[in-house]
Design a protein around this ligand. Sequence first.
Ligand SMILES: NC(=O)c1ccc[n+]([C@@H]2O[C@H](COP(=O)([O-])OP(=O)(O)OC[C@H]3O[C@@H](n4cnc5c(N)ncnc54)[C@H](OP(=O)(O)O)[C@@H]3O)[C@@H](O)[C@H]2O)c1
Length: 318
Amino acid sequence: MTGPLLVTGGTGLLGSAVRKIRPDAIFLSRADGDLRDRSVAQHLLENIRPGQILHLAGLVGGVKANAANNSRFFEDNALINTAVLSAARSLGIQRLVSFLSSCAFPLFSDRATTEDDLQAALPYDGNAGYGYAKRMLDLHTRLVAKEEAWKWTTLTPVTLYGPQDSFDPESGHVVGSLISRCWAAKSSGNPFVVWGSGRAVRQFVFVDDVAKIAVDAVQRTLDSTTTIIAPDEGITIQTLAETIASVMGYSGPIVFDCSQPEGVLVKRLQSRSFSVRFPDCRFVSLRSGLEATVRWFIDHSSSGDKVSSGSLPLCHQS
Ligand SMILES: NC(=O)c1ccc[n+]([C@@H]2O[C@H](COP(=O)([O-])OP(=O)(O)OC[C@H]3O[C@@H](n4cnc5c(N)ncnc54)[C@H](OP(=O)(O)O)[C@@H]3O)[C@@H](O)[C@H]2O)c1
């Protein structure tokens, strides 16, 4: 089918990375219309008549925001996904790639979670609203792909980080908030405070890598079952904080604040299909991805003490 590539959620972390690869695509944000409203979604898609859709729009938040607003995360995401997929179906758009999340999956203490586990047990309670909306998105995608014989699928990256991340120290994503906390510690001389015990294990993937995979996926014929994108087995939050401190040239104390939430202790996903579906993909190392992210953060810092990345003592791995 002819027509442009449409990216919903085009102003977000992932959408901004897609824009660097496909500047010719059409990128929607909330300013173009509220996609929770089916008539708005229908109207936008009828006007654009896309040939392919990367559906990235959603209400996305950190551990604290999810726990405090579980029902809102469910409602907004379920409404957005239903509106976009229904409009795309009514217009006969045969190529659509949406994004699930690790929060949709159950977790096991004795093994990694795979694609096969998606609907096998309950997701973690703290983000069940967001997780169930993503499970609905998975089902909706698979049902339409089967009934229409269309190339709709989903991708499930582990936690994204990179330029344009949310760097708010309170509500930002884990990498973004640690970078801004470390920066504040370095500037003020106060300790670098990390939420939780530091023992929680998490997986991270650089957003530019996921953007490349997404652009590739929307042009390919993939099975409608989701593909997990997890470059490695993960690291502890303590190791992440220490790596960020090293990249930012911070050598002061790192304090773990156990009064703050940290979610489940171990979250580990492993794909059964990624290397078969994307055999040529190579991921950047966490260190390189963090260096690029820190550089962007400093260049775009809105605080009064903005410093150019040229003066930051970025330390390189020996
Ligand atoms: N970030 C992660 O670690 C992660 C991990 C796994 C999966 N994912 C999934 O990947 C996708 C992209 O995530 P992201 O991190 O790029 O998200 P993000 O940075 O929070 O961006 C969300 C995007 O959705 C748009 N949006 C939100 N509510 C909307 C509404 N009611 N109507 C229209 N647009 C709306 C936002 O527009 P405005 O800019 O105008 O607000 C923004 O462009 C999401 O589906 C997310 O669930 C993310």
